[in-house]
Design a protein around this ligand. Structure first.
Ligand code: SAM
Length: 284
């Protein structure tokens, strides 16, 4: 039976239409499912946590390979069908919860971080907060393969100098190496969304990419630089949320030999780290 037909059957049996608010756009291209699991690099020794398991189309592929599968799904109707399909499978656990409210630490206890893999065809409305939550577990998670709206995916992987480069690209680069592994068209989902999607693989760094003495200041600087992205660095930071006077700022730029006329979008993460660390030294 086609996956689209399975969605229709679910609607007929339960009277429940896919819930827009919960971002229920199910993957209905059967050919893409094994590709997704393969891009995630799932192996027989792995724990896979699937976020937003839906009707279990991806879950069916994951349970065939992973040692242990944990499916998280917030919609109780979908949980009923997941339970029916998978409850007899050894090492399968279903958690009926909002992933954003869940403490994930206990899930990872018995596994080495390299064998902990997250897969999620995420709801668009919450894809970025879910990703930030996962990055907090960098000591426990090896990699995440997550679906995003195409434009968001481009911003995640963008390099300095490109129009998509911004606070999101740098924030993620701090915690993980990001790459787009697949682009998907709206027709591969049902109901058909208005946007295209991309699958992003995040390989989490056990330690942040750069050494930063004051993380709060580091992220404030980045936000300021991109809040006013057409302004030169000196003015953008001065107008932003960092409370430093212009003299101190000029000292920092002179010490680092960074041209304060540059725009934030040209700076590498290492340069933002140097600026933040020099600010910290000067002001302490
Ligand atoms: N994995 C399925 C697939 O690929 O066909 C469904 C993907 S659908 C885009 C997103 C799923 O995430 C839906 O089943 C939705 O109910 C679920 N979801 C939405 N918000 C959630 C949340 N905060 N926590 C857990 N699951 C959520």
């Amino acid at each position: 039976m086609s996956l689209k037909r399975k969605v229709h059957d679910f609607v007929c049996h339960t009277g429940r239409y896919p819930n827009k608010k919960l971002g229920q756009n199910f993957l209905i291209d059967a050919n893409i499912l094994p590709k997704i699991v393969s891009e995630a690099g799932v192996e027989s020794v792995d724990l896979v946590v699937e976020i937003g398991a839906g009707l279990g189309f991806l879950t069916s592929e994951i349970v065939q390979i992973a040692e242990k599968t944990v499916a998280i799904e917030v919609d109780s109707y979908l949980c009923d069908t997941l339970h029916e399909q998978f409850s007899k499978i050894p090492n399968f656990t279903l958690i009926e919860e909002d992933v954003l409210q869940l403490n994930l630490s206990n899930l990872f206890l018995d596994y080495d971080r390299k064998n902990v893999k997250i897969i999620g065809n995420l709801p668009y409305y919450a894809s970025t907060p879910i990703m930030w939550k996962l990055l907090e577990y960098n000591q426990h998670i090896g990699s995440c393969l997550l679906m995003f709206q195409k434009e968001v995916a481009r911003r995640i992987v963008a390099s300095p100098g490109s129009k998509d480069y911004g606070a999101l690209s740098i924030g993620i680069d701090y915690y993980a190496k990001a790459e787009i592994v697949l682009h998907l068209s709206p027709n591969q989902f049902y109901p058909v969304p208005k946007v295209s999607s991309s699958l992003v693989k995040l390989t989490l760094r056990p330690q942040p990419k750069v050494l930063v003495k004051d993380e709060v200041l580091f992220f404030q600087l980045i936000r300021s630089a991109f809040q006013f992205r057409r302004k030169m660095l000196r003015n953008a930071i001065g107008n932003g949320c960092v409370s430093l006077d212009m003299k101190q700022m000029d000292r920092v730029f002179t010490t680092l030999k960074i041209d304060s006329d540059r725009r934030g979008e040209t700076l590498y993460i290492s340069e933002f780290a140097e600026i933040a660390n020099t600010f910290t030294e000067i002001t302490n």
